[in-house]
Design a protein. Structure first.
Length: 310
């Protein structure tokens, strides 16, 4: 279904909250932006994920100006900077916007997010590094030097909801899934799930992921009555497409946890997740990433215990 058709559907019934998807760009030469969703209340707007690049975040702000409604809440599905860098830019325009996120970002600001700071700073002085990369590096350094715009003023520690007029957006927390704490949204009225990077094309990214918790989160989502799921990257899908993603995820991670050859596990996702693999122009990229995750993360006991919190 097209976005326009979806919005028309949302507008046609009384209760569901209408939303607009601002699709994140994934290009080879620069770091990606995650998807953003702008949900419209009677007097206010709520934004799920704010992107990385100013060009992306400015589309959110332009929409708010066009609707003539303030952004009063930002939800970060997780702390990855392709979803959270834009927080600061939105709050510069709308200082009242409250930030809802899990507290996992606090650990990341002492670990994953600062691991490569020295390398990043050094790369700015390296004439061999392309300018587009340096732009991304400056965005990264600026984001981590401004923790107040990454750390939530409303932590999501479990199920909660944000009121929007007579409706509400329900928030859920998945522990140790794509990150240590992933927030996902559910609007029962429009039967829509906003999954963040729990669902991503062309493959799930395990750099900060724990297979076990992630499987549980997907199982929990699958039990809900929903029609549309908006992923962290890529286009919205229906429940059946999500269920096939979940099946492929379970099969791939079960393979990674067995003694099957890496190539078998890679082939498992390439076949069962074919619909998602097709969303990226280069299947070789997906194959290489799958192999890397099996060998370097999913089968490394120290990584597993770090990322699964045990
Ligand atoms: Zn992402």
């Amino acid at each position: 279904m097209s976005l326009i058709a979806m919005l028309a559907l949302a507008a046609a019934s009384a209760t569901p909250v209408p939303y607009t998807l601002i699709e994140g760009q994934v290009r080879g030469d620069v770091q990606p932006d995650g998807n953003s969703i702008v949900i419209e209340g009677p007097k206010e707007l709520l934004v799920i994920d704010t992107g990385r690049h100013p060009e992306h975040t400015d589309k959110i702000i332009a929409l708010a100006k066009a609707r003539n409604k303030p952004i009063t809440a930002i939800v970060n599905t997780h702390w990855h900077l392709d979803h959270a860098t834009g927080n600061a830019r939105i709050r510069a325009a709308y200082p009242g916007a409250r930030l809802y996120a899990s507290t996992a970002v606090e650990g990341a600001l002492h670990g994953f997010l600062i691991r490569d700071v020295d390398k990043a700073k050094a790369s700015l002085d390296d004439p061999a590094v392309p300018e587009l990369r340096k732009i991304d590096t400056r965005l990264y350094l600026k984001a981590i030097s401004d923790p107040a715009n990454l750390i939530p003023d409303q932590p999501v520690n479990g199920p909660m909801s944000i009121p929007l007029g007579e409706s509400e957006l329900q928030l859920h927390l998945a522990r140790h899934a794509a990150t240590e704490g992933d927030v996902w949204g559910h609007d029962p009225a429009s039967k829509t799930v906003f999954a963040g990077d729990l669902v991503v094309a062309p493959l799930p990214f395990f750099d900060t992921g724990c297979a076990e918790g992630w499987r549980q989160a997907l199982a929990e989502i699958d039990q809900l009555d929903f029609q549309t799921l908006v992923p962290g990257h890529g286009l919205p899908m229906d429940h059946a497409a999500f269920s096939s993603y979940r099946k492929a995820f379970d099969a791939f991670t079960a393979c990674a946890e067995s003694s099957q050859p890496t190539a078998t596990c890679v082939a498992t996702w390439m076949q069962q997740g074919a619909a998602f693999v097709a969303m990226h122009p280069d299947p070789k990229y997906t194959e290489a990433a799958l192999g890397y995750y099996v060998d370097r993360i999913l089968r490394v006991p120290a990584k597993r215990s770090e990322l699964c919190g045990k």
